[in-house]
Each structure stands twice: as structure tokens, then as C-alpha cells.
Design a protein around this ligand. Sequence first.
Ligand code: SF4
Ligand code: SF4
Length: 133
Amino acid sequence: MVRKILLNYSLERIKEPILSAVIKETGLAFNILYAEFGARGGEILLSIDAPDAEVEQAIELFKRRGVEVKEIKRAIHLDRDSCIDCGACLSLCPSGALYQDRDNTVLLDEDKCVYCELCVPACPVKALELSKF
Ligand code: SF4
Ligand code: SF4
């Protein structure tokens, strides 16, 4: 199962190569879905496709290095029965999670979703729904 982990860095921690150290120590491949850094610190949203025990080990290593870790328990659902393939959501999606196949059918790759929620209100038939669990 792909798990999504949000890392919160304080200003002091940003300067340290924590992400590369955890990658080296665990051997895991992280997919960075989103990263933002500012005057007060930064955050990185990671997607990790690995057995639970290995993900837990990575979480522990981030915490030990002073990074706050929060698991994102959200899901976005595309109701293909309601969708009319109007494409209104496509240009809004910053991560490419919403895309068109060769027949112009709109599909969702949830592993790429960064849960920005921009698509949900844009859909004229309410085919997109965000749930939290
Ligand atoms: S919430 Fe919608 S617009 Fe945002 S990344 Fe996910 S699918 Fe794309
Ligand atoms: S906006 Fe709604 S109806 Fe239009 S393509 Fe996206 S999901 Fe389908």
C-alpha cells in the first residue's frame, strides 16, 4: 500500500540533509509529491510504496532527527458513473493525478494526488469527492 507522509521541518532542520540520510539508511525510494519552504521552515509530502515495517522505520528516523511527521489519511474519489469528461478539473490539478486517456476519458491516479482539493468544487456534476479516514 502506498502511504503518504507529511514532513514538517523547523528552520534549523532545513539546513540538514535529513531526507538523503533517511534514504541512505533505509534504502527506500521516496516520491516527493510536494515541497514548500519559507521563512519559518518547510514541508515535504512524500509518497512511500513499501511494507509497513519499513515505512515505520523511516518515520522513526525522521522523528529522531527532529522532523515532525504526520501521516496523511485522505483519499480522493472519482465517480466515473457521474463524470461527463468535461475536463474542467484537468488544468487545475497541479500534480497530474487527473489525466485523460486516449479516448479523452478523465481518470484519476490517486498515488499522485497531493490533496489540494482544487478539483472538488470545480466539478459541475460533483463527481470528485475528498474523504478523510
Ligand atoms: S485534490 Fe484534485 S486537483 Fe488536487 S492533486 Fe488531487 S486530484 Fe489533483
Ligand atoms: S470536472 Fe468532473 S465531470 Fe468534468 S472531467 Fe472532471 S471529474 Fe469529470
